[in-house]
Design a protein around this ligand. Structure first.
Ligand SMILES: Cc1ncc(COP(=O)(O)O)c(C=O)c1O
Length: 480
């Protein structure tokens, strides 16, 4: 804690919460908060004695940030630092932390029905959420299957695609086509479809084989004017691969428009359209993993709209619940769904989780959709996108910058580090420096990106880019 406190230098124009201020209007709740706060002083020590954190080398990791509260785009630590959440807490938060409308929806649902098993039972939030999602998704998607998180949404899509073919008697379709730099999650199937990396290496013998192809460089978007313009060429590598292997492939799986964890690569929409054309030509299912891109991140409600293309299966999570609770959806077309309808029980989709379609998760998801509609959130994302783009321009062409990219509310600066990618040592050093300034950014190796909740203001965006402009050149010089 001391260490974190001593890092607090830069301040935003926001006062830390006052201990005397009543937060709830209920004195007894305030007293409980204070009692709770008094137990927090040893939070980091307690954490270190009993917690194993994700993606973290516990031997060398710095102390975790002790976060006790959220407020719009800010995370508030136990000692009152207000830290701007520049990555929406791993890309999940959309309408700000502790949004009162979402909080109320959660409280109301908790008094109605907290959970019921979803095999043989149903409940209003699950049905309403499915109806409202399908009304917004591409029309080809007509059925909603619930699970718990992004990785399970992907596992479900892979299993559905595979069994779609076996139920139809085509059991030779045992593999998938996935893209280089893909990231689809951490369960075994999702890892198999992801690019081989530091994250998957330990499990390589457990993973199933997939075919892999690269996005042609022409189809990658950049703010560099020399790389502007439409891409029209054929997808030669993918086409050749499909010409050879399409009868062994069940589906093509993609992160439409923005390949995030694998390097923050932005596509030109034509790539999406060409892929759909190839899937149609070779009779393959197209799985759109919109776990990260869904719910406005790329400037449209769903990234497939940029094509526009209609996938056969779509995976949603993260922003689905406004970032409140773990819930996921895999939506399927009639064609996929119909292949499972049979008097033969073996054709059933045998997959489910204890918390499938959790009513609390569905209720907050509905509240999140209400906010999108009632508060013109997509228009706000458009304004955030313009602001981010205007600030990114100053990075184009700088000697320490390899590329600058932007899509929707996501701004990306790839640094010139000699191609170390995710392992670039500059990433953790930048993150630590940003945190000293009360800014939470987690560069993806040599790639700094900003992906704020949609409640961020122009002043805050300016402040974030001022910090990036201030911190990055200095650290890049030191790294030389
Ligand atoms: C595109 C994509 N798919 C799947 C996942 C996995 O989601 P989760 O972390 O909820 O399992 C992620 C997570 O970042 C993702 O970005």
């Amino acid at each position: 804690m001391q260490q974190v406190e001593s890092l607090s230098v830069g301040r935003l124009n926001c006062d830390p919460p006052q201990a005397s201020e009543s937060k709830t209007g209920h004195p007894e709740r305030d007293a409980a908060r204070l009692r709770y706060a008094s137990t927090m002083s040893s939070l980091i020590a307690r954490d270190r004695s009993c917690i194993w954190h994700p993606f973290t080398q516990m031997k060398t990791a710095p102390d975790p940030l002790p976060v006790v509260r959220g407020d719009g785009p800010y995370l508030i630590t136990e000692n009152g630092r207000r830290i701007l959440d520049g990555i929406s807490s791993w890309w999940v938060n959309v309408h700000g932390h502790c949004n009162p409308k979402v909080g109320r929806a959660l409280a109301v649902q908790a008094e109605q029905l907290e959970h019921v098993m979803f095999a043989g039972c149903t409940h209003p939030p699950a049905v309403e959420l499915a109806e409202r999602l399908l009304a917004q998704l591409p029309p080809r998607l007509t059925r909603v299957f619930y699970s718990d998180n992004g990785s399970t949404a992907v596992e479900v899509a892979l299993k559905m695609a595979y069994q779609y073919w076996t139920n139809r008697g085509e059991s030779q379709r045992r593999t998938f086509l996935a893209l280089e730099h893909a990231y689809h999650g951490d369960t075994v199937g999702a890892m198999s479809a992801s690019h081989e990396s530091l994250f998957t290496a330990s499990y390589a013998p457990l993973l199933f084989r997939v075919e892999r192809a690269a996005v042609p460089p022409d189809y990658l978007a950049s703010m560099d004017p020399s790389r502007d313009g439409d891409a029209t060429g054929p997808l030669e590598q993918i086409e050749a691969l499909l010409a050879r292997r399409s009868t062994e492939i069940a589906a093509v799986i993609i992160e439409p428009m923005l390949q995030a964890a694998g390097g923050m690569f932005v596509w030109k929409p034509a790539f999406l359209r060409r892929l759909r054309e190839l899937c149609d030509r070779f009779g393959l299912l197209l799985i759109a993993d919109e776990v990260m891109t869904g719910f406005g991140r790329t400037g449209r409600m769903f990234a497939c709209e940029h094509g526009p293309v209609e996938p056969d299966l779509i995976c949603l999570s993260k922003g689905l619940t406004a970032g409140y609770l773990p819930l996921a959806v895999t939506a399927a077309s009639d064609e996929v769904y119909d292949a499972f309808l049979s008097d033969d029980r073996r054709k059933t989709f045998f997959h489910g989780h204890s918390f499938t379609a959790n009513p609390l998760g569905c209720a907050v998801a509905l509240a999140g959709l209400d906010i999108f509609e009632q508060e013109s959130v997509l228009a706000r994302i458009g304004a955030i996108a313009s602001k981010i783009r205007s600030r990114l321009k100053s990075f184009v062409g700088r000697e320490y910058v390899r590329d600058v990219r932007q899509i929707g509310g996501v701004g990306i600066v790839e640094l010139e580090t000699g191609g170390e990618g995710y392992l670039a040592g500059i990433g953790p050093r930048l993150a630590a420096e940003f945190l000293k300034r009360d800014l939470l950014l987690r560069p993806n190796g040599d790639t700094v990106y900003f992906m704020p909740p949609y409640v961020v203001t122009d002043v805050e965006i300016d402040w974030v880019f001022d910090q990036i402009e201030d911190v990055v050149p200095g650290l890049m010089k030191q790294a030389e």
